[in-house]
Design a protein around this ligand. Structure first.
Ligand code: AMP
Ligand code: ZN
Length: 114
């Protein structure tokens, strides 16, 4: 989608602060980090919200989580722990309508979230 911020990062119009890339997935540092580690992990395919994911997207939805775990292990914070979260629509706090998994680490997370 031409007017999507994260699609622009995928196609190179806006260069992300990239931490990981493969054929299906891109990960980059959040511009407004909420923890010492705050990475956004996105499918290269435009999917607006989790509600819009189709059966054919099942694999890439799993890959987002697998990349989160890989980055956590590679970064050395897997054992201490981390949080992954995906916001959906207004009440879920979604601001960018291209799905993304937040990977947060480096501080104690609270529960429930605000
Ligand atoms: P959400 O509220 O779940 O849609 O999260 C959107 C996230 O995108 C927020 O954490 C923002 O800080 C982040 N964000 C917005 N613009 C950029 C950008 N240009 N580069 C990196 N992260 C961004
Ligand atoms: Zn997009």
């Amino acid at each position: 989608m031409t007017d999507c911020l994260f699609c622009k990062m995928v196609n190179g119009d806006i260069p992300p602060d990239k931490v990981y890339e493969d054929d299906e997935v891109l990960a980059f540092n959040d511009i407004n980090p909420q923890a010492p580690v705050h990475v956004l992990i996105i499918p290269k395919k435009h999917i607006a919200t989790l509600n819009d994911a189709e059966d054919s997207d099942t694999q890439v939805l799993g890959q987002l989580n697998q990349v989160a775990a890989k980055l956590a292990k590679d970064g050395g914070y897997a054992d201490d722990g981390y949080r992954v979260v995906m916001n959906c629509n207004t009440a879920g706090g979604q601001a960018v309508y291209h799905i993304h998994l937040h990977l947060l680490a480096g501080r104690q997370m609270s529960w429930p979230p605000g």
